[in-house]
Design a protein around this ligand. Structure first.
Ligand code: ADP
Ligand code: MG
Length: 644
């Protein structure tokens, strides 16, 4: 294909210029020749447009061929330059070629012009394509280097005798080395010493039968960092040949995050099964303790105070109450405590508790409360949250035997996916409220930290700790759809952060506190309870308080006895979980025939059936088992006296 060849011709003699143009023209190519007569025009033309060829006269007034060659090459590096001169001068010619001129011609031998131009153009074309190829190669290498370095996995190339030949940025980052420190070093540098022998054997075996291999599924692999710490990794290998050399490419992936999640998952499963066990036991204990404690109380009422029997009974009651407290904690841990939810402001809860907390932690520990203004409300069981705060405060106190500072803070926070991932917790995204409690105590080391939420785990002397404080906290937080996060530095202190989902509603203006009501009455009460001892106990308590009591062992029996009973029944006290129909369903079924009758629910235990009915809200009167005589009598009077 014919194309126009653009020539810049520097020549001050118009005659010579015409002659040279003529010589070119006869060559039969298409030419586009720009004539310039001096330095200024020459340099301007070079700066303005690109040429395929520069021809220049050597002898010009105020300009010489050498400078012209230099300018041309500066401006257009690939352009061939042919110097034409009237005088013979071998030295001058050599100098010009040295400076990069393609050719040097004499004015009286212009028949050489055509072949010289042809050669110059061809060379220029070759030079250009070589340069382009080099550029492409450079770009492709750059692309490879970039993709290596942008890969999150560490990539190393290792030779047959295990020396590192190449590595990417992720390798530097993962192992904490600079590239130069690793190049040429044995790959064992990056492997903990205890694995060196095994690795050596494997490397030999691999060299004998090299193939693409994934090693992550095997035993746990670890990398050794420059600072001596280890990192769990997954490794895959691929052999390849390069320049007659057998090499292996190793891809090393940091699996710290995955291991953490696995550990958390295992931990959660363990907690779940322990919780189930604890919850099951606690349920039975609850009923037994209610009977033991209640009957003891009734028995006490029949002997005069001061009587040795009364003292013995008192001893039984004290032990029974301690057992009841433990049972409550177990229930909280197994998330089987019935929640009485209220929308509350945590700042108010903490403020109301401040005095009690100060007494709890003693004078040597400063209590600092830093509430966030405009704190979002949370929907929780206020009693449970008080328990959480008290448990954490007691632990903080125990961690600061020589005094210190306990700081309680509240914050609003938005959890998004990255926030949750960073902390390795499975929280659904959304707005949360944080309650943070920090002490300046002894701290918790990493191994211990893995166990603190387990029930009965304690580092305290026998008799000092039950190991149930944090498991209770854990259970309550989980049951409240929150999460708990612990940060600790040994010798510095510990922070527990509790995240609770922010409630859409505003906090109830005032928390309902139980009103003190007189204990006695004459109304008629139906008790529905399948556990004989409990039913009997409740009957005795209420009869002793003056009430008329009907009883039923099941919902079915309750329907029956109400049908036969023609007088008003003012109140039904019913268990929630019973064989057959549940308490709430019984109440629903009776609403039509006995619209006036009020209901109190009784339970110590939420199983799935109850959870499916939804937690009780504050408007549903409730007595938790184990209950005391006073609990029951107070609640009964309160509900009977309530409006609506
Ligand atoms: P207990 O207090 O009865 O030992 P917990 O479940 O409340 O049981 O706590 C379990 C363990 O967690 C404690 O024995 C202690 O080792 C550790 N721990 C809890 N809170 C702190 C804290 N604030 N500082 C240091 N260690 C703590
Ligand atoms: Mg404790």
């Amino acid at each position: 294909m014919e194309r126009t060849i653009r020539v810049l011709h520097l020549e001050d003699d118009p005659g010579d210029a015409a002659l040279i143009s003529h010589k070119l023209a006869v060559e039969g190519l298409a030419w586009d020749i720009v004539h310039v007569g001096d330095k200024a025009h020459f340099e301007a033309a070079l700066a303005r447009e690109s040429f395929d060829l520069v021809i220049c006269d050597y002898n010009l007034p105020g300009y010489d061929g050498l400078t012209a060659i230099k300018r041309a090459q500066e401006q257009q590096p690939d352009v061939p330059v042919i110097v034409i001169s009237g005088t013979v001068g071998e030295e001058m010619a050599v100098e010009c070629l040295h400076q990069g001129a393609t050719d040097y011609l004499l004015k009286d031998r212009l028949e050489r012009l055509a072949p010289a131009v042809q050669r110059a153009l061809q060379e220029a074309t070759e030079r250009r394509s070589r340069r382009e190829a080099e550029q492409r190669l450079r770009e492709s290498e750059e692309r490879y280097r970039l993709s290596m370095d942008l890969t999150p996995d560490a990539i190393l190339i290792v030779d047959r005798i295990g020396r590192i030949q190449l590595l990417n940025v992720a390798t530097e980052r993962l192992f904490g080395y600079q590239r130069a420190e690793l190049l040429g070093r044995p790959v064992e540098t990056l492997i903990p010493t205890r694995y060196h022998q095994v690795h050596e054997r494997h490397r030999h075996a691999y060299d004998q039968a090299a193939q693409v291999r994934f090693m992550g599924a095997g035993p746990d692999l670890f990398g050794l960092r420059r600072d001596g710490t280890e990192v769990p990794v997954e490794v895959s290998l691929g052999p390849f040949e390069f320049a007659d050399e057998r090499l292996v490419i190793c891809v090393v992936r940091d699996i710290t995050a995955r291991r953490q999640l696995e550990a958390q998952f295992r931990q959660a499963q363990k907690m779940q099964s322990v919780g189930q066990l604890a919850g099951g036991i606690a349920h039975d204990f609850n009923n037994l303790l209610t009977i033991i404690n209640g009957t003891t109380e009734l028995a006490q009422a029949q002997v005069p105070a001061g009587d040795p029997v009364w003292e013995d009974l008192q001893e039984i009651r004290r032990a029974g109450e301690r057992a009841a407290a433990l049972t409550r904690q177990l229930l909280a841990f197994s998330r089987k405590q019935i929640q009485q939810l209220q929308v509350i402001d945590l700042n108010t809860v903490v403020t109301e508790m401040e005095k009690m907390l100060r007494r709890l932690i003693g004078e040597d520990i400063d209590l600092v409360f830093v509430p966030t203004q405009d704190l979002g409300a949370v929907k929780v069981d206020p009693g449970q949250i008080e328990q959480v705060i008290a448990n954490l405060a007691v632990n903080a106190r125990d961690a600061m035997p020589r005094g210190g500072k306990l700081t309680i803070e509240t914050h609003n926070v938005e959890i998004d996916e990255s926030y949750a991932r960073q902390r390795g917790v499975a929280a659904s995204p959304g707005p949360y409220v944080i309650l943070a409690m920090s002490d300046t105590g002894v701290g918790i080391d990493e191994v211990t930290r893995g166990q603190i939420f387990e029930p009965f785990f304690t580092t305290k002397d026998p008799g000092k700790g039950t190991g149930l404080g944090l498991s209770t906290v854990y259970g309550i937080v989980k049951q409240s759809n929150g999460l708990i996060w612990v940060y600790s530095e040994v010798g510095k202190g510990t922070t527990f952060k509790i995240y609770l989902p922010r409630a859409a509603e505003r906090a109830d203006a005032q928390r309902r506190s139980p009103t003190v009501s007189p204990g006695r009455g004459t109304e008629t009460i139906l008790i529905v309870e399948d556990v004989n001892g409990l039913r009997l106990l409740a009957t005795r308590i209420l009869q002793a308080a003056g009430y008329t009591v009907l009883t039923a062992v099941s919902a079915e029996e309750a329907f029956l006895s109400l049908t036969n009973y023609k007088d008003p029944v003012h109140l039904m006290v019913t268990d929630i979980v019973m064989p057959g129909m549940s308490g709430p369903n019984l109440a629903k079924g009776l609403r039509r025939t006995r619209p006036e009758m009020k209901v109190i629910y009784m339970s110590g235990y939420t199983d799935d059936a109850v959870v499916r009915h939804g937690v009780l809200d504050d408007s549903m009167p409730f007595v938790s088992k184990p209950f005391s005589t006073a609990d029951l009598i107070r609640k009964v009077r309160e509900v009977l006296d309530s409006q609506g």
